[in-house]
Design a binder for this molecule. Structure first.
Ligand code: UTP
Length: 295
């Protein structure tokens, strides 16, 4: 039974500087809900309740978000803002978080190792704090089923264009069931011509505690960081790793362009603002194409 998750949220977010100087990218809003809340909701609906956040010095806003806010609650109560008050209360009662500090940002592998004392000797989910999955809890439930079948590491994969393989950890796989694979090798950010497939790690994993021993053994890899992919490659030498190809869309909110695309897509689906946003977008796009035709 898996009921713990580690959420590494201690990265610098350099692709978003200067915005991430004081605000963690995991707290950036998708209209009015921070990215990290989508991920927390995904974990809770998949039945994972003990959440370990790996945070850094600049991540206080994230801790505040899941804490109670008595002054705000009083204000909302006095102004009869019942609906929003309910949602604010739900957030503060959503989880019982454990916060672990990653004192130096030495990479994702190091962030996960930092969570070891809080995880202990049990299997756990890792959910990256800047990736939203359209069908998050369904995918995670499918991964949990694979884990209970094989009792070994499970990694979530999704298909990317070959031109994009240099941005991801790419897996060489053998299909053993519909959307279920045995991982044969992992390559960190390969060029398209060197990529063994176009199946990329998407930021959801289920590990057994043996990942901690492997994380302790690895040396800094690409970018001088302790890479999770390197630890998983080492793990592959002694035990099998399974993979699940996720269903639905994947939203990477960790870089400005993909973040913006995510916000627009989510906003277009909203009943309160979707139609007006669509009219606005069509209007600016048609004016822009008229201008391009004139010049
Ligand atoms: P990223 O590589 O996307 O995050 O790591 P980053 O390093 O903050 O981003 P850039 O490249 O500088 O823009 C994926 C996840 O792992 C966490 C990040 O917070 C993010 O949610 N992470 C990364 C850590 O917790 N610690 C680290 O040392 C590195």
């Amino acid at each position: 039974m898996v009921n713990k998750a580690v959420l590494p949220v201690a990265g610098w977010g350099t692709r978003f500087l200067p915005a991430t100087k004081a605000i963690p990218k995991e707290m950036f809003p998708i209209i009015d809900k921070p990215v990290i809340q989508f991920i927390v909701e995904e974990l809770i609906s998949a039945g994972i309740e003990d959440l370990v956040f790996v945070t850094g010095r600049h991540k206080k806003p994230l801790e505040h978000h899941f804490d109670i806010s008595p002054d705000l609650e009083v204000h909302l109560e006095q102004n009869s803002k019942d609906e929003v008050l309910k949602s604010i209360r739900e957030i503060s009662h959503m989880i019982n978080p454990i916060y672990v500090k990653q004192k130096e940002q030495l990479g994702l592998g190091h962030a996960i190792l930092t969570a070891c004392p809080a995880v202990g000797n049990e299997p756990f989910v890792v959910a990256l704090g800047d990736v939203i999955l359209e069908r998050g809890s369904e995918n995670l439930k499918a991964m949990l089923d694979i884990f209970s079948r094989f009792k070994n590491t499970v990694v979530a994969l999704f298909e990317v264009d070959y031109e994009e393989t240099h941005k991801y950890g790419i897996a060489k796989v053998k299909e053993i069931d519909k959307n279920v694979y045995l991982v044969e090798d992992l390559v960190e950010k390969p060029k398209p011509e060197e990529a063994p497939s176009n199946l990329a790690a998407v930021g959801r994993y289920i590990f057994t505690p043996s990942i901690f021993e492997t994380l302790e053994k690895i040396k800094p890899g690409k970018g001088g960081e302790y890479q999770l992919t390197d630890a998983m490659k080492l793990l592959l030498e002694k035990e099998p790793i399974y993979a699940y190809k996720v269903e639905g869309k994947v939203y990477d909110t960790g870089n400005p362009l993909d973040y913006l695309k995510t916000v627009i897509e989510f906003a277009l689906k909203r009943e309160d603002i979707g139609e007006e946003l669509e009219r606005f977008l069509l209007d600016i796009l048609s004016k822009r194409s008229q201008q391009l035709n004139i010049s």
